[in-house]
Design a protein around this ligand. Sequence first.
Ligand SMILES: Nc1ncnc2c1ncn2[C@@H]1O[C@H](COP(=O)(O)OP(=O)(O)OP(=O)(O)O)[C@@H](O)[C@H]1O
Length: 328
Amino acid sequence: MLIVDDVRKIYRVKERSGLFRSQWREVEAVGGLSFHMRPGKIIGLLGINGAGKTTTIKMCSTLLEPTDGTITVDGYDAVREDRQVKALVNMIAGGERMLYWRLTGRENLQYFASLYGLFGSRMTERIDFLLEQVGLTEAADTPVERYSKGMKQRLQIARGLINDPKYLFLDEPTLGLDAPIARQLRRHVKHLAAEQGKAILLTSHYIHEVEELCDEVFIIDKGRLIAHDTPAALTRMLAHGTRLEVEIPALSDALQRDLQKMVTQHGGTWHIVETPAQSWSVLLQSETDMTAPLLSLLAAHQSPVLQLRTQQPSLEDVILELAERRSA
Ligand SMILES: Nc1ncnc2c1ncn2[C@@H]1O[C@H](COP(=O)(O)OP(=O)(O)OP(=O)(O)O)[C@@H](O)[C@H]1O
């Protein structure tokens, strides 16, 4: 298990305070964060304001030392026993950092393998296996500068798996990827956890991605934990109300007046979302379910219902609600 226990990180930043003077200012990037990573589980780290996600990942992967608190990985201390910890962890960042463009995919992997002390036939076997796993066997000997975005991202995955880490950190892994490639990558991440038992920590600005992949979500604001649960429980706990979208062929003044009356009685709101040719689409929001009164109102106006959809609140609504509360 990877255990982050009450970890703080303070950066010291030098700032000019006059023409010839400068002074040090402290920035608390992470302030007393605790969580666990377990085999086969994917946890999501979602941030609100300058949350400290990247700093946390860097501390867990031994690239930065915490100012306070401890990180232990299978019993090894991430600061004192960083060599043992390095063998157990790895990080995959989105974008195109960390790859050497002039080298081929295989050469890139050979370089990173050598950093982990892998040489000879063990290295060749591992690289062949990973190239196969990410579907780059054919392109293995092509320079990376000729790879597409999706191929570079798959090579990043192979790079992050070179030491067969038990704990894997994915920092914005789908950043800038086209939808089909991002979907393929999400499938791969699920597979790594479910089939290979990797413990995965994911940060992403795409909240639907976190919702789809993560067993648990930690929401942090300015380096502090403000909510932690499964995506479903967080959604139930925080996002209130229901949304109804109804499509009708006509929206008379009389119907608009009665709709307004009904919505006011339920303490809700309504507005027209789109007006495709020959129909009207209306979105209604309230704390209580308005389906039954809406249908009887439409029946009273002899208005056919072309479509009726109920939208449940999403994790995205939860994050927006939390962000609003915290800036209020
Ligand atoms: N090297 C550094 N020196 C000083 N301050 C830093 C440094 N790195 C990060 N910070 C500050 O620490 C805070 C947390 O930064 P961090 O990059 O960890 O957050 P993040 O959640 O990953 O942000 P984002 O989602 O914008 O990438 C921010 O206020 C940032 O300005």
